[in-house]
Design a protein around this ligand. Structure first.
Ligand code: C5P
Length: 251
């Protein structure tokens, strides 16, 4: 497969065209950013760790009937994916209060959320990815009411699958962010015909909060990007540890 033109370079990944218009190549970078790119750095090996973890978790999703953009992993930090139109939304699922939720509501870190919270943020760097209401989703024409229902259903199902999986790894899934894309539902795509929504982007310690169940100390237990965000140190070790535990569990 020939790698073509660079289509997009994001904070953590680069997207390339291939000789097949339906397939793109994602290159996972070691670069790390936080707080809307105000903090920048690099985490050695992150590209490979996140590519391996995402690959395994996308396979887990497919095995459980959740459609994803994943095709295969041709090299350590590259993933071939289906070409989709990414919805400009970040769907965040929260099982335990942390991060923004605590900052914006005053909820105590660690508060168990029953049922889990599903939130929508507008994927827009200039605006700082604001939290959206159902009405704002309609106002901005970001998703139809049916699509919102479908996204909530998919995000909740993904949460069930991931929570159980990470539990087997001795890891608590605190919260995570998902992105979805639309693909044509049939070969002959016509104007107005329904488009299938599938899971896209990545699932990794960059996009999840993961707490080591073997540690009770609130800083030591952190196995995700909060180690980078909060300068907790040992970021590479934490990502590697997540990868080893994830790959150790069969899908
Ligand atoms: O910052 P906040 O508490 O809203 O993050 C919730 C979850 O979504 C965290 O796991 C975080 O890593 C993830 N997230 C992300 N990309 C963003 C915002 C949040 O992966 N742009």
């Amino acid at each position: 497969m020939a790698v073509g033109q660079k289509l997009y370079e994001g904070k953590a990944k680069i997207l390339y065209a291939t000789d097949d218009p339906n397939i793109l190549l994602t290159h996972f970078k070691d670069d790390a950013t936080a707080f809307n790119a105000q903090k920048k750095g690099s985490i050695t090996g992150k590209g490979e760790f996140n590519c391996a973890i995402s690959t395994h978790l996308f396979k887990l999703m497919e095995a459980n009937g959740v459609p994803t953009h994943f095709i295969d992993r041709p090299s350590a930090n590259e993933m071939r994916v289906k070409s989709v139109k990414i919805l400009p939304l970040e769907v965040v699922v929260r099982n335990i209060a942390a991060g923004n939720l605590c900052q914006q509501t005053g909820l105590k870190l660690g508060t168990i959320l029953t049922p889990p919270l599903v939130e929508f943020y507008y994927k827009n760097d200039e605006l700082g990815d604001p939290l959206l209401t159902f009405d704002r989703l309609q106002l901005l024409d970001l998703a139809t009411p049916d699509q919102v229902d479908q996204l909530i259903e998919m995000a909740s199902r993904i949460n069930e699958i991931l929570t159980n999986f990470f539990q087997q790894c001795g890891i608590t899934l605190v919260d995570f962010k998902l992105e979805f894309g639309c693909v044509s539902s049939g070969v002959a795509q016509t104007e107005g015909s329904p488009r299938q929504i599938i899971l896209a982007d990545e699932i990794s310690p960059d996009t999840c909060r993961l707490w080591n169940q073997a540690e009770s100390d609130p800083d030591k237990r952190v196995m995700d990007k909060d180690r980078f965000r909060r300068d907790l140190g040992n970021v590479e070790d934490a990502y590697r540890q997540v990868m080893e535990r994830v790959l150790n569990q069969t899908v």
